[in-house]
Each structure stands twice: as structure tokens, then as C-alpha cells.
Ligand binder design. Structure first.
Ligand SMILES: Nc1ncnc2c1ncn2[C@@H]1O[C@H](COP(=O)(O)OP(=O)(O)O)[C@@H](O)[C@H]1O
Ligand SMILES: N[C@@H](CC(=O)OP(=O)(O)O)C(=O)O
Length: 453
């Protein structure tokens, strides 16, 4: 008997109707022993994710404002699900009680308080799905991440798994029951609830799959497969049915929100294939992410982009002869509490690319002052509003002319290139452009590599 861990995203649990689909999929294959769930997501485009409502609920308390309105909207979402699943009224009472109690919890640490509330969407989804499956006569239990031993670093909203979690979670493999596990959060060694970054239920699923040595990690979402570009940007993008871990890691980091980029490492380490599938069309083939792919006629498997980066650009004559220049520069960045994304460089210049949101005006002043006094550059400027576009494919190394094809397509679309950087692993090329050109660039690059002649 095979062992499968499956994760259902917020869109798969947005309503009672979606819960029923999830239950049907879980029941269709007895190998699906562990089911990880997200909080109810959007039912339609203008709708709000429960996680965002919970964050608003926490923020209302923190601001000392009334939270009644947002509390009522959260409870209304769950009331609709409970009613649609024909669950007893007790379920609603429990949810209302927990939500009120958490809201009244300790607010002395802002980020910790927000985590303790925003995780409730996943907890409620998991409790309701387990209750529904049991009501229908199936042996599923809700498992609490604390009891199961999902131990995370104590970084609210940005937690990472600690190695002991894998040993702690392994026994779930032999549980006599099938398991419903909430995604997105775990506990620090201190006992505090901590959440992964947004979209982090994907990470929970991957950790569980690795811990129990699953044969496959099925990640159910609302698209038939991964596309070669974001379907919200490119009309009818090419479907990609196979990808390698490193390709998907690059693409999800660069903008493919379909899978969290940090979800790949646990699956990759444990060599567990990840199968992206559609809850609304479970018959479709999906996308298999593993060590190797057979579609090696494709040099490039995807084009992704994300906006709002900035570049700290420095030039200094004979920079190449100055030992330790790069190290000292990056040390300044590190000591300002910043992480950097890329460092494209030439003989006399270097840029450090950083997420714009992390470079606050205070940090910027501090960093620039230190660079000026400690490194004495000839030129130092900060460029904002940069989008990074990535074309990714393990097959790129074997084909000549990929960069030419890409830059040609960008030029034809009048996109001005500010930076080009080939990843050290040679399976990606990054282009830095103006934010406003991002979608145009993605459309052009998708056309260059995927449009049938
Ligand atoms: N390259 C891509 N291929 C498929 N979907 C993509 C891609 N890039 C972005 N997406 C978006 O990711 C969405 C699925 O991710 P997400 O909204 O997080 O779903 P879930 O609620 O299942 O976690 C899709 O609806 C699609 O709009
Ligand atoms: N609900 C959390 C975690 C998550 O993974 O959600 P989703 O599966 O809907 O991306 C969020 O909105 O960030």
C-alpha cells in the first residue's frame, strides 16, 4: 500500500461545496492517509480570504478599535460551511468561543498575537473537515500540530521547521486513523504558536510528506497544472506536466504563487515527488515535480516575475583589486538586518538587490552612510521600482541562443533591460526591468519560448 500526503489550498476549502469535493477526493483513495488543509480562501475574485479577515480581526484589537464587524464576517463564513455540511450547531459554538478567547489573548507581543489569531483559519478548517468525515462514517481524526510535535523556529510570521519535527511526526505514519492536519503553523520550543510565511500550508504538507516518507505529496489547488506563466498575466499559457525540483523552486521563488518556494526543500531532501492537482477537476493530469523530467525537448519550462525590488548600485574604479569589498558590503547589509536576493556584478561595479519593503527610509540612510564611509565608492545610488523576471529551465545549459531569444523578445516589446544575471546553476536567467513593464515582459518571453510557430 502506498502512502500519500495531500494538501488542499484555500480555494479548495472556500465553501461547504468545496469541502465536500475535498472529502470526496480524500475518500477516493485510501492511500491518502494524511490530509493537510488551509483556511477557507476566496470563493470568487472580490471575496476575502479567511486568513486576511483574521489578520484584520487581530489588528482591530491591537488598534484598540471594535472588532465586532470583522468577527461577525468570520463567523458568517464558518456558519455557511457548517450549515452546508449539515454539522451540529455545537461546531459553530466551539469556533465562536475559540475566536473570542484568542481575540482577548495576550497582546504584549504584536507579531505573536497576530500569529495566534491568523492560524485559526487552518485550525477551524481541519476541525470541520474531520467532523464532517466522521459524521459520514469515516475514521478521520483532527491532529493538533503541538501534540504531533511540529516544532518551528521562534520567528512569528516567518517560522522555519526545526529538524526534530521530522522524528516527532514520523509516528503519524502508523496511526490507526486517517489524519486531518491544519497547515500554516506549528509551535516554537517555548510553546508559542508560530506561523510560516503566507501561503505556508504548502510547507506543512511537504514537511509531513518528508516525515512519514510518503510516496507522493499531492498538492490540490484550483488549476489543472502548473502553467509556463502566471495565467492571470498570460492568456492561455502553455501547460507544463513535468518539472524538476530546482526549476519549480526558482519559479515559485520568482513569482509562481501556485506552490510556496520553501515547500520544495523538505520534499527534495526526502526525494518525494510533488504532484500539483486540481480539486475542481481531479481527473486532469496535473504537474509532477521530481528529480528529473522527460519533457527535455523544453529548454525553458517557465517565465515568472515579481515586482518591487530595489538595487543598491555601487561603482568604484579597481573594485576588482580590493580584497574583501564584496564581503564588507554584504556585511553592512547583514548588520542592517536585511537579506539580499541577487548581487549582479562587473569588474568595477556591484548591485545588491533587496526587497523594497525591507529597505525602510531609516535603514536606507544607515546603510548608505556606512557604505560611503567604509567602502568609499565613486558612485552610490538606490534604484527603486524594479521587477525581476526569471526564465527557468534545466535544459538551458544544453541549448545555445536562449539569452538571445529572450533579449530579442524583450526588445521587440520595447522593454528596457536594466540588469541581466545568469544564475550560478545555469538553469535560470534573470532580467531586471521597470515594474510597469513586468506583465508586458512576461507575455513577450512566454511568446518567445512557448508559442507554436
Ligand atoms: N505558473 C502558474 N501556474 C499555475 N497557477 C499559477 C501560476 N502562477 C500563479 N498561479 C496562480 O496560483 C493560483 C493557485 O495558488 P493559490 O491561490 O495559492 O491556491 P491555493 O488556495 O490552492 O493554495 C492559481 O489560481 C493561479 O492563479
Ligand atoms: N491561509 C494561509 C496559508 C496558506 O497556505 O493558504 P493558501 O493554501 O490558501 O495559499 C494564507 O492565506 O497565507
Amino acid at each position: 500500500m502506498a502512502l500519500k500526503v495531500c494538501k488542499f489550498g484555500g480555494t479548495s476549502l472556500a465553501s461547504a461545496e468545496q469541502f465536500r469535493k475535498v472529502a470526496q477526493i480524500a475518500l477516493a483513495d485510501s492511500d491518502r492517509k494524511i490530509v493537510v488543509v488551509s483556511a477557507p480562501g476566496k470563493r470568487n475574485k472580490p471575496d476575502t480570504k479567511v486568513t486576511d479577515m483574521l489578520i484584520a480581526y487581530a489588528e482591530a484589537f491591537l488598534a484598540g478599535q471594535g472588532a465586532e464587524e470583522v468577527q461577525a464576517s468570520i463567523l458568517e463564513r464558518f456558519a455557511g460551511i457548517i450549515e452546508g455540511l449539515e454539522l451540529p450547531k455545537d461546531e459553530y459554538d466551539t469556533i465562536a468561543r475559540i475566536l473570542t478567547a484568542r481575540g482577548a489573548g495576550d497582546r504584549s507581543h504584536r507579531a505573536r498575537y497576530i500569529d495566534s489569531i491568523k492560524a485559526l483559519g487552518e485550525e477551524f478548517s481541519a476541525r470541520l473537515l474531520a467532523a464532517f468525515l466522521r459524521k459520514e462514517g469515516h475514521d478521520f481524526i483532527y491532529v493538533d500540530p503541538k501534540e504531533a510535535g511540529l516544532v518551528l523556529s521562534d520567528e512569528p510570521g516567518n517560522a522555519q521547521v526545526l529538524p526534530e519535527s521530522y522524528d516527532n511526526l514520523r509516528p503519524l505514519r502508523d496511526s490507526e486513523h486517517r489524519i486531518i492536519f491544519p497547515g500554516f503553523y506549528g509551535y516554537a520550543a517555548s510553546g508559542n504558536l508560530v506561523a510560516f510565511p503566507r501561503g505556508g500550508s504548502d510547507i506543512t504538507g511537504a514537511i509531513l510528506a518528508a516525515a512519514v516518507q510518503a510516496d507522493v505529496y499531492e498538492n490540490f489547488t484550483d488549476v489543472d497544472n502548473v502553467f509556463a506563466a502566471d495565467p492571470r498575466i498570460v492568456d492561455v499559457p502553455a501547460a507544463i506536466h513535468e518539472m524538476t525540483y530546482s526549476e519549480m523552486r526558482e519559479l515559485s521563488y520568482a513569482g509562481f504563487s501556485v506552490l510556496h518556494d520553501e515547500a520544495l526543500q523538505p520534499a527534495f531532501n526526502a526525494k518525494i515527488p510533488v504532484h500539483i492537482r486540481n480539486t475542481n477537476n481531479p481527473e486532469s493530469r496535473g504537474t509532477l515535480i521530481s528529480l528529473e523530467r522527460n519533457n527535455d525537448e523544453l529548454p525553458v519550462v517557465g517565465v515568472a516575475g515579481s515586482s518591487d525590488f530595489c538595487a543598491i548600485f555601487l561603482s568604484k574604479y579597481l573594485m576588482n583589486r580590493e580584497k574583501g569589498f564584496g564581503r564588507r558590503l554584504l556585511q553592512i547589509i547583514e548588520e542592517a538586518g536585511l537579506s539580499y536576493e541577487h548581487t549582479p556584478s562587473g569588474i568595477d561595479h556591484i548591485s545588491v538587490i533587496i526587497k523594497q519593503s525591507t529597505l525602510t527610509p531609516e535603514i536606507e540612510t544607515l546603510v548608505l552612510e556606512r557604505i560611503r564611509s567604509e567602502l568609499q565608492p565613486d558612485k552610490l545610488i538606490v534604484r527603486r521600482g524594479i521587477a525581476l523576471i526569471m526564465i527557468v529551465g534545466d535544459g538551458m545549459t544544453k541549448q545555445i541562443g536562449i539569452a538571445k531569444r529572450a533579449t530579442g523578445a524583450l526588445a521587440d516589446s520595447q522593454v528596457n533591460l536594466e540588469m541581466i544575471n545568469q544564475g550560478a546553476s545555469e538553469n535560470s536567467i534573470m532580467f531586471g526591468i521597470q515594474n510597469d513593464d513586468m506583465n508586458k515582459a512576461i507575455v513577450a518571453l512566454h511568446g518567445a519560448f512557448f508559442n507554436k510557430k
